[in-house]
Design a protein around this ligand. Sequence first.
Ligand code: SAH
Ligand code: SF4
Length: 416
Amino acid sequence: MTRADHPRKDRSGDAAPGGPGSPPGIAGADQRHGLSGVDPDVLRAWMVGAGQPGYRADQLRDALWGGRVASLDDARTLPTALRGRIDAAFRFDTIIETDIMLADDGRTERALHLLSDGVLVESVLMHYPARADRRERDTLCISSQAGCAVGCPFCATGELGLERDLETAEIVDQVRAAARRLMANGRRLTNIVFMGMGEPFLNLDRVLAAAEAITDPRRFGLGARHITLSTSGVVPGIRRLTDIAPQYTLAVSLHAARDPLRDVLVPLNRRWPVAAVVDAASEYQATTGRRVSYEYVMIDRVNDTYEDATALVALLRGRSAHVNLIPMNDVAHTPWRASPLDRIDAFAEVLRAAAIGTTVRRNRGQEVGAACGQLAAERSGQPAAPVVARRRALLVEASARALRGERAPARTERGQ
Ligand code: SAH
Ligand code: SF4
């Protein structure tokens, strides 16, 4: 199946009477609201407005969140005529089709989801068997946008640019899809990380609504502490989260502690420099009591030197932060490679000597983040060879300049 040959529905104007606000308005997309993004009280009001007893709303909710019903047709507790009316107003599932690919001896499931306008997004389910010190875990990495505007050069999603924001239900339905697959095997989802495609803090309204649906005891009911939101450093978004003060874990994608290099690796850094990002994250930690984790993709001889490690120590010392060092996954358009493990270990030792909690992620295929986002980018087609060559040359130039400590002149970044 390709994007082009998928039938598209267009039911604009079909929004529910008394429904949940304005329709999503994505060109070419099915305009009906995704049910998993609709507040249960709004759904109940719709049922009553449709002349139905309130318990029908409970039956619909059970079908939606119980994990056993894959389509509205299978929701047999609801009368056929009512199912027809619900279907005219809402979508039971915003994901049209999902392709699953297994990796790591079946412990990692990469899911490629087709949305109603032909856009592809990815989620990754990772199984961690029980160990002496830890229960078994099933962690799902989900996407918040199709593509990403930030454009980190080592990231396959960044290479796509931003296609569009995901709707709340499109985010939540990745969770429902994985939960259904797990339940069929007698397992359940234990953790959710927003580390798939996209920058969650640039689609924050929908991301927060999705997290609310996932944690609401009437809906998915996962504990807030089992959710991680990852950001490349959108300072106003971190502040907004601090004002709400949920119990989510905040992960900050740092990748460099010095501005000239971070300007290259995480282009948002030109707008919100690294010190401001870490200050905002520390505020979140102080307000919520939740320890912030810092992600650091290790790129051979780009950001893994002794100077980088000491700069990171200077930035994080005394903040009781935790650092995850992740060997870079190879991406076609970069000239870069993962740091060898001995360099990663040496880097980790500098951090640990300064009492900064540090974990080295060795199992690359399994890693959250490292496993996410690349599949959809691969499927969207690699850029043509001359473009790749030009981009590599520019990156070599930019990183050489950054390693000399020079900041490139500011330019307008995509999506800002
Ligand atoms: N946009 C958000 C969340 C999604 S990216 C963010 O950047 O935080 C999730 C994680 O995957 C980030 O930490 C990102 O830096 C990491 N990542 C992206 N490309 C990678 C690669 N090629 N190898 C390893 N990790 C990568
Ligand atoms: Fe976007 Fe995160 Fe990839 Fe950077 S690492 S391009 S912020 S998805």
